[in-house]
Design a protein around this ligand. Sequence first.
Ligand code: 0O2
Length: 237
Amino acid sequence: MKSNRSFTFDELMTGNRSEEFIESAYPFMKLMMQYQCAMLEVRTKFEVLNTELSLDSDRNPIESISCRIKKPISIAEKLKRKGLEVSLQSIEENLHDVAGIRIVCFFPKDIYKLAEKICSQDDIHLLEKKDYIENPKPNGYRSLHLILEVPVFFANEKKWMPVEVQFRTIAMDFWASIEHKVKYKKNIDDSTAEIVEKLKECAEGIHSLDMRMQEISEYIDSKKIGHRKFPVRTGEI
Ligand code: 0O2
């Protein structure tokens, strides 16, 4: 008969409890595997779009794609922060960002084009959209966040899974990465007005650079300077 007592890590790993450990870990591992597969599905869709769109415009809209599955500790912390139960059912019902993809683009217009193209695919459901480019966060953070739901075909079932997609330009990503690092490393809280103000100024400067670079690119496109019929880097990310 199974015991309800919880076991220490040593008991689970070294004693005859390892089977119980594997048994209890399996449903979590299965759920994470399913998020991983959903992430792969969505990533492939963006790789296809990137390859196709480069044919028409002579350049790839996507600079890089990165993927991550939220760590178990971050999942538990987020659920607790929201006052929710920490369980598999609760993860599925309440968290939409367990599978996350970050798409880094060259220009802001690339972001909206990719978002429009992915949302128009008939096997994609748009669950949520947060446009922090149009409406930046008070600290200056810019990015377009979509929660997409995609069907994944497993060996014995078809399951709709949510994936969070964050779209940023290289410039927005530069700001967000540094802001995250600075705040994380020094443990600075948002009330430090001077730092918040300086970071916000940098975000504004970066945004105006983004817009100017986009204008230059559009000008070059309009003059068809250096126009090639076929892309040089088809499919490269
Ligand atoms: P990690 O490490 O990316 O997993 P919600 O999910 O709607 O209940 P949440 O999580 O605040 O609430 O959603 P939101 O605002 O869409 O932000 C989610 C993610 O966006 C964060 O993930 C960050 O990756 C990024 N992000 C949001 N705001 C900022 C910001 O001010 N600076 C930086 N650098 N990134 C930001 P997590 O949850 O932090 O963790």
